[in-house]
Design a binder for this molecule. Structure first.
Ligand code: GLA
Length: 717
């Protein structure tokens, strides 16, 4: 206690001196300003967050609300942090000590040190400010020097405060095969929480993304809002607490559910990053900010090319052998895609993987299906001039497997209780370093033995239930957090050795879609639902937060009453691939698909790296229109989809967006089915950008038929 008092006196002196002369901490992007000030009791306050201010104005700011609210003192609302000291005292008071800012090109990183004046506890708030992209990420690191461990029961990444008349929250929730349904609601007094407790496959019911509009619901092109997401592949939680004075606190972070964390003296607890952008020009601008930020900073090789592919999952399921696969290479080649992706079912001998009930964990080629191993497949693919990729689900085990028999202690399951299987499988205990080595080796051995492998699909087909780690013993409340950290440890090792191999992040549909993971992955699998109509909504939902080059979109045989043309047009607005029986195509369908792959390769840079404009929402009309425009506004691609249209539907002209009003553009329909001619009277005509954006064009001409579509290319003359 004597030590603490001394520290208190020293700190107090230091803080007084510093805070009197402390100018506001100003975090600026091109269009946003966040101002933090040191005020009453040396605490740190959020004094302003909104449209960019100029230098003379922010000097006048003071007060506001405490940036990183603590628990146990006078705060009556949900805290950002709650810490119980080694002596049982459940209070924390954080005072500003100092801060530093490092600037490197477009990125400036500000670290603000806060300390408790009585207990040796320090919290560092870190803000990374991406100037051009208008994105700020924030996280906290928590540390202490008490004699014994302290207990953390809340540990948000950040906290943001708002004062508006009304708050409108948009969330994206769903389930298997119906992911990211968008719902907007007005927040009322109390707490709304968007969260996951699923451990693995964590985004299955909720995507970790939200819009918060202030005063009025924002549209695509107008309104003030924050778009937020968390870079974390585990349990997450965003709480929105509106208090009795209609003030709102947004608290993003790891979900502390069942996750009290015992922090040892000297140990550093780092939260994941909360990623947000502010826009006063609606949701479209917010998405474009995030897309640009993601491609430049957050997605592995975000500005690099992607491979088109043919996957065999929906074409064969588990039923294939070497000859059948080699024949499929020919089909991939015929289509003109870059890669053949071998999906589930190629492994397991004592317990062959002939359905989803056995074999997971035994990553040896099944001898009857693949007598010459993966090596032969890679060779054959090479001979045929096509790349080869493979499916893995390295974190999982079926009870019917040799792995299960050999290492029962490597599996997450409760003692004294029956196992709870999902898709006949269990989750491996990645917190155990031996399991980490095992998972690393699955991937590394595969790539070392077969250096020709050009792509991996990393799957994760169940969430955690009835979970208990034999390795963590009495620290079960660390399981959810440790699992995610250890997943990153393994991925770090894989990426250190194989830095650029494209890997698809898959989790039985959209179970893993977050920027914590995308740093290791080049794309993600948004949904097992590949019906074209459903995909219009699913891809639309993801497009708010993720750029098109990360959203894998495959053409499959799903989709009742939908033509191949419609399904192809839908897939083309994302990262195109195929998962279909090419040998069942009619000659025209084959011709169409070959042409579509060529067309996609010609225009894909606009789709992958361009700015997205969502023009007509499928949530609002029985059609959906979106376009991508490249950076210098010389090229755009426009997608027009008709949903299940009715006689009442009258589709008005569409004003395009994002073009240069002064430039002249040729408007041309592409991706037509063999024998079909463009019937739009404006086809192949030249218009100014101004005309296209103010007068607009009729995209729907003639009789409107359900589930039809057009792709237009708009090119500067
Ligand atoms: C998950 C994936 C599918 C496929 C199967 C294989 O469901 O989402 O694309 O890979 O696993 O079992």
């Amino acid at each position: 206690m004597i030590k603490y008092s001394l520290l208190f006196i020293l700190n107090f002196f230091f803080l007084t001196v510093l805070s009197q002369s402390q100018a506001p901490i100003v975090l600026q992007t091109k269009n946003t300003t966040l101002v933090l000030t040191v005020g009453n009791k040396h605490r740190l306050y959020q004094s302003y967050l909104g449209a960019r201010l100029n230098a003379t104005e922010y000097e006048k700011l003071s007060g506001g609300r405490e940036v990183y609210l603590t628990a146990g003192m006078e705060n009556q609302f949900e805290p950002a942090i709650r810490l119980v000291h080694a002596d049982g005292n459940p209070s924390l008071e954080l005072e500003y000590v100092s801060h530093t800012t490092q600037q490197k090109d477009n990125l400036s990183i500000t670290r603000i040190i806060l300390k408790d004046s009585v207990y040796p506890v320090q919290v560092v708030l870190q803000y990374s400010v991406y100037f051009n992209e208008d994105v700020i990420t924030s996280s906290a690191t928590i540390q202490h020097n008490e004699k014994k461990p302290v207990r953390l029961t809340q540990y948000a990444s950040s906290m943001l405060h708002f004062n508006a008349d009304t708050y409108w929250l948009t969330q994206f929730h769903g389930d298997w095969a119906r992911e990211v349904n968008m719902v907007e609601e007005k927040l009322t007094n109390g707490i709304k929480s968007i969260e996951s407790k699923l451990g693995t496959r964590t985004n299955f019911y909720q995507t970790p993304t939200f819009f918060l509009s202030l005063n009025n619901p924002a549209t695509e092109t107008s309104g003030e809002l924050i778009a937020g997401t968390l870079g974390w592949t585990g349990n997450f939680q965003f709480t929105f607490e509106t208090d009795q004075r209609n003030q709102l606190r947004v608290r993003p972070g790891i979900n502390p559910y069942a996750s009290d964390y015992t922090l040892q003296p000297g140990e550093v607890f780092t939260t994941p990053e909360f990623i947000f952008t502010y826009s006063n020009q609606g949701k479209g601008q917010a998405s474009r900010n995030l897309h640009r930020w993601a491609r430049n900073n957050a997605v592995l090789d975000g500005n690099g090319p992607r491979l088109t592919l043919l996957n065999n999952w929906e074409a064969t399921y588990f039923n294939f052998d070497e000859t059948k696969l080699i024949n499929l290479f020919d089909e991939a080649k015929q289509l003109g895609v870059d890669l053949f992706l071998l999906d589930d079912g190629w492994f397991g001998n004592v317990f062959p993987r002939n359905d989803d009930k056995a074999g997971l964990g035994d990553w040896q080629e099944n001898k009857s299906k693949l007598p010459n191993g993966i090596g032969r497949l890679v060779q054959e693919a090479e001979k045929k001039g096509i790349k080869f990729g493979i499916w893995l689900e390295p974190e999982m085990v079926n009870p019917k497997s040799e792995l299960y028999q050999k290492h029962p202690d490597w599996i997450l399951r409760l003692p004294n209780r029956a196992e709870n299987l999902a898709r006949s499988q269990l989750v491996l205990d990645l917190t155990n370093p031996k399991v980490q080595d095992f998972v690393f080796a699955i991937v590394d051995d595969m790539l070392t033995k077969n250096p020709g492998i050009a792509f991996i699909k990393w799957d994760c087909n169940r969430s955690m239930t009835n979970a208990y780690s034999a390795y963590l013993k009495e620290k079960q409340s660390h399981l959810f957090i440790e699992y995610t950290r250890c997943l990153y440890k393994v991925l770090d090792r894989i990426r250190a050795k194989h830095p650029h191999l494209p890997i698809m992040l898959c989790s039985g549909g959209g179970g893993r879609t977050d920027y914590g993971a995308l740093k290791y992955f080049t794309e993600f699998w948004p949904s097992d639902n590949t019906d074209g109509l459903e995909r219009i909504f699913i891809q639309w939902g993801y497009s708010y937060f993720f750029p098109a080059n990360t959203i894998a979109a495959h053409i499959t045989s799903m989709g009742k009453g939908q033509t191949l043309k419609f399904r192809t047009d839908v897939a083309m607005s994302g990262k195109l691939g195929y998962d279909i029986r090419v040998n069942e195509f009619t000659p025209q369908e084959l011709q169409f698909s070959q042409d579509a792959v060529k067309t996609y390769k010609r225009i894909n840079d606009v789709i992958w790296f361009g700015d997205l404009y969502r023009i007509i929402s499928p949530y609002e009309e029985n059609r959906s229109v979106l376009m991508y425009v490249n950076e210098n506004k010389s090229k755009a691609v426009l997608f027009n989809y008709h949903l299940n249209v009715r006689r009442k539907d009258i589709f008005s002209r569409v004003q395009l967006q994002g073009l240069d009003p002064k430039k002249k553009y040729r408007f041309k329909e592409i991706n037509l089915f063999p024998g079909i001619k463009a019937n739009n009277p404006d086809n192949d005509k030249v218009f100014t950008g101004e005309y296209l954006m103010t007068v607009g064009l009729n995209l729907t001409t003639g009789r409107v038929t359900s589930l039809t579509s057009n792709v237009f290319e708009i090119t500067e003359e």
